[in-house]
Design a protein around this ligand. Structure first.
Ligand code: FA5
Length: 322
């Protein structure tokens, strides 16, 4: 066994005795010095003594090292519970979106999703907003640069709202329809305390026989009360969207002011007709809600820009929330 292999005090002592003890190998050399011819004694004696003190130093150093690692082992309490690694948490907009989805599901709505990159045709034309229509100014658009569009093919964009899914859903389903479509939308827009260039909307579409504006109002008021409690103050005001008639916006009382939460209206008869349905028989309503706006109300966030700034001091406040 070499000195370096001595893993504890006992092994170290064995090594020391084997080399430096009374019957040790180096001690034997030192004893043999007196039997050497006189002229060799000084050289061998001095060398053996230097070796002895070098080995004694090495034993002491090794002993110190064994002590140090024993102390270290004592300082680790293996019975302590481990540290929980940080788990992160859901984003406040995700929490709000999920809560909205649950609330609408409880009211009998299906939930579907649509594409973020959309055709101009669905985002605008088939919603009765043809190129050159002044209403296109309501949605400053981020266009997707692609060869197809430049060569006269269909132009693509980042959807400015979730309303194109009204058309896509009507292509596939027959009434009765009761569906919501949550999703991200994008607008080429300057930001301020209530406007972001990237936002989440929840589209709602309900089509059936004999539906009137009273159904729209009743559904949205019931929803708002479920979401914010019975005391919430709301107001409907006339608004214009080319794909509904009549159109309205729903505002909610917020910090002494009104915050617009959604646009809505009765689905335009031409859209019902384009879907191959008889507009005299089928009517319906649609709405598009801003999820960040709802999250602002829910958590008392005064500036929408906090949501996507990714400052963990802001985001940590939502740990453990539902
Ligand atoms: C629309 O986008 C329509 N598609 C809504 C609609 C659907 C009307 C169905 C009728 C029928 P508007 O641009 O107003 O409308 O946006 C709807 C909601 O999204 C607003 O009420 C607001 O809550 C939210 N919103 C709109 N722009 C922003 C923005 N820049 N930042 C954050 N939220 C926004």
């Amino acid at each position: 066994m070499s000195l370096a292999e001595a893993g504890d005090e006992t092994a170290l002592d064995e090594w020391r005795v084997a080399w430096l003890g009374r019957r040790g190998r180096l001690t034997a050399v030192l004893r043999g010095v007196r039997d050497l011819p006189a002229e060799e004694r000084p050289r061998v004696g001095a060398g053996a003594n230097r070796l002895k003190s070098a080995l004694e130093d090495a034993v002491a150093a090794h002993r110190a090292q064994l002590h140090a690692s024993a102390e270290h082992a004592k300082s680790i309490d293996v019975s302590l519970p481990g540290r929980t690694p940080p788990l992160g948490s859901l984003h406040p907009v995700t929490l709000t979106r999920r809560h909205l989805e649950r609330t609408f599901r409880d009211m009998g709505f299906d939930v579907v999703e649509g594409p973020d990159v959309e055709l101009e045709e669905y985002n605008f034309d088939r919603l009765r907003i043809p190129a050159g229509h002044p209403a296109r100014d309501m949605w400053d658009t981020i266009w997707v640069a692609d060869d197809a569009g430049d060569n006269g093919g269909p132009r693509q964009l980042l959807r400015t709202h979730t309303s194109p899914m009204q058309i896509r859903y009507l292509e596939r389903r027959q009434p009765p329809i009761r569906v919501i479509v949550p999703g991200t939308c994008y607008r080429y827009e300057a930001t301020d305390a209530t406007h972001e260039w990237m936002l989440t909307q929840i589209e709602g579409l309900v089509i059936d026989e004999n539906l009137s504006f009273a159904h729209l109002k009743g559904t949205l008021e019931a929803f708002v009360r479920r979401m914010f409690g019975a005391d919430i103050e709301t107001r409907f005001r006339c608004d214009y969207f080319p794909f509904v008639e009549p159109g309205a916006e729903l505002g909610v009382r917020w910090q002494g002011d009104w915050l617009e939460v959604l646009g809505c209206g009765m689905v335009h008869p031409e859209i019902i007709e384009d879907a191959g349905l008889d507009p005299d028989r089928y009517t319906g309503f649609a709405f598009g809600m801003g999820v960040e706006r709802v999250a602002m109300l829910r958590y008392g966030v005064r500036d929408i820009r906090h949501f996507y700034r990714n400052d963990v001091r802001f985001l940590r406040q939502f740990e453990g929330r539902r």
